[in-house]
Ligand binder design. Structure first.
Ligand SMILES: C[S@@+](CC[C@H](N)C(=O)[O-])C[C@H]1O[C@@H](n2cnc3c(N)ncnc32)[C@H](O)[C@@H]1O
Length: 289
C-alpha cells in the first residue's frame, strides 16, 4: 500500500505517457521510459525489474521537471544534453544543432570513397556545430587531421569539448570563420552540412526543431540554397587535386547542388540516399590538373 502522495514507477509512466500524447508527441511511451529510466538510480533495468516500486519524493520531482520540459516539445536529447551519433556520444547545447541520424549518410559516403583508411588525410568541416561529422570521421581514419569551422564561437567551444571527451583533441582543431573566408591551405576532404531550410518553411517545422535548434543552423535563405552558392566555389579552390567535396542536402535539393558542383569545376558527381530513400548527400571530386 502507498499513501496518496506516492506513485509507482508504472503509474508514473502511464500518467506521463498520456500527458506527452496529449501534447502531440509521437512515441510518447518511448520518451517517457527514457526520461524515467534516466532518473531512477538503477536505470532502465530498475524500471523493468521493479515497476511497482514507489518513486521517492525527489524522484517524483525530478521526473515531473523533465516531463514538463518534454511537454513543451523540448527533445529528449536536449533534456539530457547529449546525442549519440555514429555510436559516439556528443554534448549538445542550445548553440548547436542536434545531430541527425540522416547525417551519418555523409560519413558513410566519405568512408566509402577513402579506400585507404590509413592515409594522413587533411579534412575541413564547414559549419562544424557539435563537431559530430569531423569527429566521426577522425574516429574512423586514424592518421587524419581535421579543422572544423563555424561562425558560432559557442558551438566551437562545444565541438572542442567533444573532441577532448572522445580522445580526438590532438587531431582536431576548431576555428571561427565565415565559411572559408580567411582560411589558408588545401584539404583532401571538405565536407559540410550547411543550413538548408528555405526561410518560408521554418514556421512549418516541428516545435522540437523550430524552437530548439539554433536558427543560424537551419535557415538557408529564401530557397534554402544560399550557403551552397557561397561555399561550393570557395571549397573547390581549397580542395587538393583528386580531393573530395561532400555535402549534405535537403529534400529535393540534390539536382541543384550537383549543378553547382559542376559549375565550380568539380567532376564525377554522385549522390547517396539516406535510410528513407531521400537523396541526402552530393559528392564531387577535383580533377588532377
Ligand atoms: C546544419 S548545422 C550543421 C552542424 C553539424 N555539422 C551537424 O551536422 O550536426 C550548420 C552549421 O553551420 C554554421 N554556419 C551557419 N552559417 C555559417 C557561416 N556563414 N560560416 C560558418 N558556419 C556557419 C551554423 O552555426 C551551424 O553550426
Amino acid at each position: 500500500m502507498h499513501d496518496s502522495t506516492t506513485i509507482t514507477a508504472a503509474e508514473a509512466l502511464n500518467l506521463a505517457s498520456q500527458r506527452l500524447k496529449t501534447a502531440g508527441i509521437e512515441g510518447p511511451r518511448r520518451d517517457t521510459r527514457l526520461l524515467l529510466a534516466a532518473i531512477l538510480p538503477g536505470g532502465a533495468s530498475a524500471l523493468l525489474r521493479e515497476p511497482d516500486k514507489a518513486l521517492t519524493q525527489s524522484e517524483q520531482q525530478a521526473f515531473e521537471a523533465v516531463v514538463c520540459r518534454r511537454e513543451k516539445r523540448e527533445p529528449v536529447s536536449r533534456i539530457f544534453g547529449e546525442r549519440e551519433f555514429w555510436s559516439l556520444t556528443f554534448k549538445i547545447t542550445p548553440d548547436t544543432l542536434d545531430p541527425r541520424a540522416d547525417s551519418e549518410t555523409l560519413i558513410e559516403g566519405i568512408l566509402a570513397w577513402a579506400e585507404d583508411k590509413a592515409q594522413p588525410l587533411r579534412i575541413l568541416d564547414l559549419g562544424a556545430g557539435t563537431g559530430c561529422l569531423l569527429l566521426a570521421l577522425l574516429s574512423e581514419l586514424p592518421n587524419a587531421r581535421g579543422l572544423g569551422v563555424d561562425m558560432s564561437r559557442q558551438a566551437l567551444a562545444v565541438a572542442e569539448e567533444n573532441a577532448r571527451n572522445l580522445g580526438l583533441g590532438s587531431r582536431a582543431d576548431f576555428a571561427c570563420h565565415d565559411w572559408t573566408s580567411g582560411l589558408i591551405g588545401t584539404w583532401d576532404i571538405i565536407l559540410s552540412n550547411p543550413p538548408y531550410i528555405a526561410e518560408s518553411e521554418i514556421a512549418d517545422l516541428a516545435p522540437e526543431v523550430a524552437d530548439y535548434d539554433p536558427l543560424q543552423a537551419l535557415t538557408g535563405g529564401p530557397d534554402g540554397l544560399r550557403d551552397y552558392r557561397i561555399l561550393i566555389p570557395e571549397a573547390a579552390v581549397l580542395l587538393k587535386d583528386s580531393g573530395l567535396l561532400a555535402l549534405e542536402v535537403g529534400v529535393g535539393q540534390a539536382e541543384a547542388v550537383e549543378a553547382m558542383l559542376l559549375d565550380a569545376g568539380l567532376g564525377l558527381p554522385w549522390r547517396r540516399c539516406d535510410l528513407s530513400g531521400v537523396e541526402r548527400c552530393c559528392f564531387a571530386v577535383k580533377a588532377k590538373k
